[in-house]
Design a protein. Structure first.
Length: 393
């Protein structure tokens, strides 16, 4: 059987971004752009021998369609207008080109096509690469079970709940399902980014936007200096108060907060941290709100600011963040955990990503607050961003 058997076996934010791509390009009066995504294995594992197996699985994935049951579930989430149901019935992934080859001795994967179709490939392709790779590793099932039990025990001791963000880095689909069931039975799982498992287990599907949403506006905005504001504005116009957690680390938290303003503070209930020091992030966000929001992170009706953390979390990191947040009475932390939840089986996890690289032929890039995460085919875009936003090296 194929590894990916349902188009719901992906993160919710791929579908919410797809919807916003359709709404926003129509609003802007432009064609849906042609995009390119690029694959990278950050910890340099030799994946080249897997090309044929990966290619076969991707070909099977491209044949999938949204079923009536899939569409009925998505429309029940109260996120999408009725016309989206018709659109989903006609999604065709066969038009997207997926190229796999060897570059500098490493596996290269390029995904190219209309953004509205290519957007659905990132998470399933990463899950495919993971599952094929780990199917050839020697795993001690007892070690995997002990690590999972230890993870859940530590999270319970922390007094913290979390959401599953583990699809793209999972050991396997079956293992992710097992992890979700165990965490749900333990009473510490608040939801999952995986739409398929949310549907199967009756869990809350979680997620808003990914980095690519803001990256794309580096090419779509009239001026580069406006790309963050334009991306955030179009998201608000699309979802009108729903899915109101903004992602902050496209070009660093400082440059993000320089463009954050009272309008966004009013229309977004929270911010997501995904690179750099979480403590520094908390301090800088609180400083902005205290300077620009009447000295508090709370809204006018008394709601506390939500801060979502999702960068390589472990129980010990979660505990440290929670303890720091407990010092303040105007923020609420939440946690999305991926690799350390769904791929802590005693063998080093792959550090693989697929990032948006080009929009209509123009380079787009993410410059995070963590070193080594930038991906680009040219240094020109880095220099443009540094000059435009006065970024340090």
């Amino acid at each position: 059987m194929a590894i990916i058997t349902s188009l719901l076996d992906t993160d919710l934010y791929k579908l919410t971004m797809l919807y916003s791509v359709l709404k926003s390009t129509a609003r802007m009066g432009i064609d849906i752009p042609i995009v390119q995504y690029r694959f990278k294995c950050r910890n340099k594992k030799n994946l080249v021998p897997l090309i044929d197996k990966i290619s076969k699985e991707v070909d099977e994935f491209k044949k999938l369609k949204f079923t009536k049951s899939d569409i009925d579930y998505l429309m029940s989430l109260d996120l999408f207008e009725p016309w989206f149901e018709t659109y989903l019935r006609h999604v065709d992934l066969s038009t997207v080109q997926v190229s796999m080859y060897t570059g500098n001795g490493e596996l290269e994967i390029d995904i190219e096509g209309s953004w509205a179709s290519a957007i659905l490939f990132e998470v399933p392709v990463l899950a495919i690469v993971n599952e094929i790779y780990f199917s050839e590793q020697t795993i001690d099932a007892d070690v995997a079970e002990r690590n999972l039990i230890s993870f859940l025990f530590q999270m319970q001791n922390n007094g913290t709940t979390f959401s599953d963000f583990g699809t793209r880095r999972r050991f396997s689909k079956i293992w992710q399902m097992y992890c979700i069931k165990k965490a749900n039975d333990s009473g510490i799982l608040t939801g999952t980014s995986n739409v398929y498992f949310a549907k199967e287990f009756g869990l809350t599907p979680v997620g808003t936007m990914a980095h690519e949403w803001l990256q794309a506006f580096q090419a779509l905005s009239g001026e580069l200096k406006d790309f963050q504001k334009d991306a955030l504005n179009h998201w608000v116009l699309t979802f009108r108060g729903k899915l109101d957690i903004a992602l902050t680390d496209i070009i660093g938290i400082d440059a993000f907060l320089n463009h954050w303003d009272p309008f966004f503070a009013k229309n977004y209930s929270g911010l997501r941290h995904d690179s750099g020091s979480p403590i520094v992030f908390i301090d800088k966000v609180r400083e902005w709100y205290h300077l620009n929001n009447n000295g508090t992170c709370k809204s006018a009706d008394g709601r506390k600011l939500k801060l979502l953390f999702s960068d390589g979390l472990s129980p010990s990191v979660v505990r440290a963040i929670k303890m720091y947040c407990d010092k303040f009475d105007d923020i609420i932390p939440s946690f999305g955990i991926g690799t350390n939840f769904t791929n802590n089986c005693g063998v080093e996890a792959l550090q693989i990503v697929i990032k948006l690289a080009k929009v209509n032929g123009q380079d787009v890039i993410k410059l995070s607050d963590s070193k080594g995460k930038a991906m680009t085919t040219t240094s020109n875009m880095i220099e443009r961003l540094k000059l435009t936003f006065n970024l340090e090296d």
